[in-house]
Design a protein around this ligand. Structure first.
Ligand SMILES: Nc1ncnc2c1ncn2[C@@H]1O[C@H](COP(=O)(O)OP(=O)(O)OP(=O)(O)O)[C@@H](O)[C@H]1O
Ligand SMILES: [Mg+2]
Length: 410
């Protein structure tokens, strides 16, 4: 299989699925040319808790993506999520050395903003500049070349548990992949679904996945707040399972096929059939009953989001409303329920602003994967892998894949 330097692969290791999305950039444009997906069973609430299952799922997703794209994948950019993630704002101040701001001054001020006390077992994965202040002049996006004596930076910092990050890199390495960077999942999803105007005016991105609901708030074109709610679509499914007395696998099917996020959106006469357990005959329930179960749980998650935004005094900054993405957004009536709770406009976000296989990736479940590719493209992250697997070469890679294929075959 061929290799190429113009390929970027986003690897979204989610709680319910792993997906690898292959992007190719040509003449300044980004096309999606491959997608591979596999069922994920090695994560709990966004965090790896079974290395072997996760490595298997990654290998399957990557193999499928390689087949579709026709390129060998050696390197990926991965997402990270979970309740160990912390996002907060910080600032740094330095004296400008030569009375004109240089790249070195900017590096020093960002380093300073990062040097706050973080717990020993955590590490910083993002230091995102919000604005620079040169002497008294604020709201500067690009300070290099400006005259002044004092440079201040306001930044958003994201930290993660070092162990959680190491486990993700370990899983990718065991699947014979280098990792070029680790990106917060809701930052990746934002890259895929939000418009620049929304980020400028103020928007909340909610990525409701299986295990977690990840939130990023933007205003003035930059991230001002991030947080995670350790509940998602799997909690909805387990409520459906309890409420309808069905096993989780059936509850998942019922939710996907008939689920509705607001009881009042289902007609009174809509009846759905639920398979009986252990040879018992099927039963029927009103779709409104299912809607009530789902409304309670999704309503609770959205209410937590609203309270967090209010607690941080951000509700007046959200001028363009809310965008919901991730598999949770696929439930009928999701935007209606969210509008009731947020009292603001809500839309469902799917990946945008790319070429290639756009209809294949046109679903909220691919927002993180596509966003990782877009993020890497924007930040030139594909040039030098950050977490290189030791002693890896292309021949070892191919041998390992062949052995794996033989194992699967026999
Ligand atoms: N058509 C659908 N209707 C309703 N819910 C759906 C539909 N398709 C997927 N889901 C739900 O979306 C969730 C999975 O979403 P997603 O693929 O974004 O999660 P993930 O990335 O694997 O998990 P996480 O990001 O939390 O680690 C599951 O709970 C699933 O039930
Ligand atoms: Mg996800």
């Amino acid at each position: 299989m061929e290799t190429s330097n113009n390929i970027i692969v986003g690897l979204d290791i989610g709680t319910t699925k792993v997906c690898a999305i292959v992007g190719e950039f040509k003449n300044g444009n980004l096309d999606i040319i491959g997608l591979g997906s596999s069922v994920s069973t090695g994560l709990r609430n966004g965090v790896v808790n079974n290395i072997e299952n996760t490595v298997d799922a990654i290998a399957k997703a990557v193999e499928n993506a390689e087949l579709m794209a026709g390129y060998q994948i050696n390197e990926v950019i991965v997402g990270i999520a979970g309740s160990h993630v912390r996002g907060f704002n910080s600032r740094g101040i330095v004296a400008v050395k030569s009375r004109e701001v240089t790249q070195q001054d900017v590096d020093r001020v960002l380093e300073g903003a990062k040097s706050i006390a973080i717990p020993l077992d955590n590490e910083v994965i993002h230091t995102i500049p919000q604005e620079y202040i040169v002497d008294e002049q604020d709201d500067i996006k690009q300070p290099i070349g400006m005259s002044g004596l004092r440079l201040e930076a306001r930044v958003h910092i994201v930290t993660v548990s070092s162990i959680a990050a190491q486990n993700i890199v370990k899983c990718a390495n065991k699947a014979n992949l280098d990792v070029s960077d680790i990106v917060l999942e809701q930052i990746a999803s934002s890259e895929a679904v939000l418009t620049d105007d929304e980020k400028e005016l103020g928007v909340v991105l909610i990525d409701m996945g299986g295990g977690t609901t990840d939130i990023a708030v933007f205003s003035g074109g930059t991230i001002i707040h991030t947080f995670v709610i350790p509940k998602g679509g799997q909690s909805v499914t387990s409520d459906v399972s309890l409420g309808t007395k069905t096993i989780p696998q059936e509850a998942e099917k019922i939710k996907v096929q008939f689920g509705i996020a607001k009881e009042s959106l289902a007609r009174k006469d809509e009846i759905i059939e639920i398979p009986g357990i252990g040879g018992r005959p099927p039963r029927t329930i009103a779709r409104q009953v299912l809607g009530n179960i789902i409304e309670q749980r999704m309503g609770e998650i959205f209410t937590w989001v609203r309270k967090n935004i209010e607690k941080n005094g951000l509700e007046n900054k959200i001028l363009s409303g809310y965008v919901i993405t991730g598999g949770g957004a696929l439930i009928d009536g999701c935007a209606d329920l969210a509008e009731d709770i947020f009292g603001a406009p809500v839309r469902i976000g799917t990946p945008r602003g790319i070429g290639g296989l756009t209809d294949v990736i046109n679903s909220p479940i691919y927002s993180t994967g596509v966003g990782l590719v877009k993020y890497a493209f924007k930040n030139n992250l594909y040039k030098e892998p950050m977490f290189k697997k030791s002693s890896k070469n292309i021949f070892e890679n191919i041998k390992a894949r062949l052995l794996k294929l033989l194992e699967d075959f026999f």
